[in-house]
Write a protein that binds this ligand. Structure first.
Ligand code: MG
Length: 254
């Protein structure tokens, strides 16, 4: 595979395959979304993930990745990312539930996440969902040839700052392809350390803004995976796998 400054460039066939992998992720997320209601145990979403991976003949990307025990990352309320599904934890009216799923199809990964409201949520929670999703759309729109990597980061950061959300800086987006996490890292903010990388057709980027209602600081729980906001404020996480193409950004998980 061709590479530019350490970033793999996928050809049209590889992008088509990644589109298929991500379409399966999309279908799995849709199936889970249909089960979101007060009373559903979060382990139900893991069962759906496992069943549908079998049905579509794909392997879950996350299970076994650095020892992660589940197919699905399921993060509720103050949990930002990497939460564990649980048979004992049932969704409640007003919760936010973030579902992050990845699959491997013929050696290529799909990776996407959405945060959903459970029943009626507070106005502040609804606003958090709306603007984190918008940040993803803005970041995605910047993923085009002629732009630089930092244009994606800047678009996400601007949304958080304009609307006064906590911006979670500890976790970043990433290149995705035959490995779940490839170069480049895609921070949700611009800093001196952000590489000045031009975006080229063939790059496939997992863009994943994470915002909170409080500060952007996070802690990792004693399970060594679950990331929570330090102030336990609500968090949201949205992620697309996006191919940079000559015709502009192509969202693969749809
Ligand atoms: Mg990801």
């Amino acid at each position: 595979m061709k590479k530019f400054r350490g970033v793999f460039l996928k050809n049209d066939n590889e992008i088509a395959l990644m589109r298929e992998a991500n379409h399966i992720v999309y279908l799995i997320l849709q199936a889970m979304a249909a089960e979101i209601r007060p009373g559903t145990a979060s382990m139900r979403f893991e069962e759906i993930a496992q069943d549908l991976c079998g049905k579509y003949k794909v392997r879950p990307s996350f299970q076994g990745y650095r020892g992660f025990p589940y197919a699905l990352c399921c993060s509720i309320n103050e949990e930002v990312v990497h939460g564990f599904p649980s048979a004992g934890r049932r969704l409640k009216e007003g919760d936010l539930v973030s579902l992050d799923m990845g699959v491997v199809l013929e050696g290529f990964h799909g990776d996407a996440a959405r945060t959903f409201p459970v029943g009626e949520v507070s106005a502040a929670a609804a606003r958090l969902l709306r603007f984190t999703a918008e940040a993803l759309e803005d970041g995605t729109a910047a993923a085009r040839p002629g732009n630089r990597l930092r244009d994606i980061s800047a678009a996400v950061q601007k949304k958080a700052e304009t609307h006064n959300f906590g911006l979670i800086r500890r976790f970043v987006g990433h290149g995705v392809g035959s490995k779940l996490h490839e170069k480049p890292e895609i921070p949700n903010f611009v800093s001196e350390a952000t590489p000045d990388l031009p975006l080229l057709a063939g790059m496939v980027l997992a863009i994943e803004p994470m915002f909170s209602l409080g500060s952007g600081e996070v802690d990792i729980l004693s399970d060594e995976w679950t990331a929570v906001t330090r102030d336990r404020s609500l968090a949201a996480h949205f992620e697309h796998s996006v191919a940079v193409t000559a015709r502009g950004p192509l969202v693969l998980d749809c």
